[in-house]
Design a protein around this ligand. Structure first.
Ligand code: PHB
Length: 405
């Protein structure tokens, strides 16, 4: 018995298989019927989490999974009328192991849906495998521009952002609003870091600035001293950095300890200070970043999300938890339309494409390439919070260069 022959596998009389609905009402009725059949059969939807459970991004993986499970819990444990069963792989944020890891979920566990991951290099291998096997993939973080660019696909969706999308607005703010003229960038040398600093450069240079030097170190190294010495000697007007997770904690602390935060403002995409403020303490105070989320946005949706999350997991909610929660919301939309039948990929796809997702970040829709079209907030660190100062760019869509869908 496979997951792709639901009707015969569940003992529905054979004439149902040959019925040909002639109109939309009949189609809807059929979809409700198959939903009921699935629910009766007790067969669960298999969701495979491929997330980092170790390494510099481990906390991000935890927040994503928590957010996802929280939404499913709010729906009584069922989406599209079917219970959810979870499978897990620790991807270690290691691109070299990514293809084997994703195939554990696709081929060994035979999951219906893959949810992952954090690291862009790993996510690109996942997108390839999802496309080849026609498996639904929802990316709850990794911003690799290619995933909703040249590698985009009919079953590939993202609940988070593209690396360009969170970086370009910070370049605009640094040049236009803050009036900075020259900047240095610093990041890990891999897709996310490179795309992020290039996005910043594009926004900055369109607004009167110039990026003079781009510093890198291998992922996930945190020996920043030599590079900080180089920044101190060059004295740029500003520094833009992409780091996240434990690496972001260490970088912001080291930058402050080197005395640089007094004279050279440190900017970044919001990952530099999201989910990290408890550990960064004084070192992050006053920092400006741009992101599609901020603490205390004030909507009822966000308030209840934050309260419920803090209560359920004894953790401060952050952008990663939001992205996990919204990945589950997107899955719910698609499964509901498909009556719980994951083999109806076209129905699933068009429902998610048309949906407005009621996210704690604010409502968003998906672009043609399946990436959120969303407001990017300008935030300032105050105490333990990333406070919203305003909207840096409204309803920003990733250009989706190279996507043919
Ligand atoms: C990425 O690799 O795309 C990435 C990782 C961590 C973040 C953001 C992006 O916080």
């Amino acid at each position: 018995m496979t997951h792709h022959t639901p009707i015969s596998a569940n003992g529905v009389p054979p004439q149902r298989r040959t019925c040909r609905p002639r109109n939309a009402v009949a189609l809807l009725a059929l979809s409700a019927l198959t939903g009921a059949v699935w629910a009766q059969s007790g067969e669960k939807i298999k969701v495979g989490f491929m997330l980092p459970a170790s390494g510099t991004y481990a906390a991000l993986g935890v927040a994503i999974e928590n957010g996802f499970r929280m939404y499913v819990g709010e729906q009584g444990g069922k989406l599209g009328g079917r219970e959810i069963e979870y499978f897990k792989v620790d991807d270690e944020s290691d691109p070299a192991k990514a293809t084997d890891n994703v195939n554990r979920l696709i081929k060994r566990d035979k999951v219906d849906v893959i949810v992952g991951t954090v690291h862009s290099g790993v996510a690109m291998a996942m997108a390839r495998a999802a496309k080849e096997s026609n498996t639904i993939l929802i990316v709850p973080n990794a911003g690799a521009d290619a995933v909703t660019g040249p590698m985009c696909g009919p079953t590939i969706f993202r609940s988070s952002f593209s690396n360009w999308q969170t970086a370009y607005p910070m370049g605009v703010v640094a040049g236009k609003q803050e009036g900075k003229k020259n900047a240095m960038t610093i990041t890990w040398k891999y897709a996310a870091g490179e795309e992020s600093v290039n996005g910043f450069k594009e926004g900055f240079e369109k607004n009167g600035g110039k990026v003079n030097k781009q510093l890198t170190l291998p992922f996930p190294n945190v020996e920043f001293q030599a590079l900080l010495t180089e920044i101190a000697a060059a004295k740029p007007d500003a520094v833009y950095a992409f780091f996240a997770g434990a690496g972001a904690v260490k970088f912001v602390k080291d930058y402050h300890a080197a005395g640089l935060s007094k004279t050279i403002p440190l900017y970044g995409p919001g990952f530099l200070t999201d989910g990290t403020l408890e550990a960064q303490g004084d070192s992050a105070q006053g920092m400006l970043t741009t992101l599609h989320y901020a603490d205390e946005l004030g909507s009822e949706r966000d308030k209840s999300f934050r309260t419920n999350y803090a209560k359920a997991y004894k953790l401060a909610p952050d952008v990663y938890a939001v992205q996990g929660y919204d990945a589950a919301q997107m899955l719910a939309v698609g499964l509901k339309a498909a009556g719980g039948d994951v083999s109806k990929k076209d129905v699933f796809r068009s429902a998610v494409e048309k949906a407005t997702i009621a996210s704690p970040r604010g409502d968003f829709t998906l672009s043609k390439a399946h990436n959120p079209v969303q407001d990017i907030y300008l935030r300032k660190v105050e105490g333990k919070e990333n406070r919203k100062l305003g909207v840096a760019v409204k309803a920003l869509a990733d250009p989706a260069r190279g996507c043919k869908l």
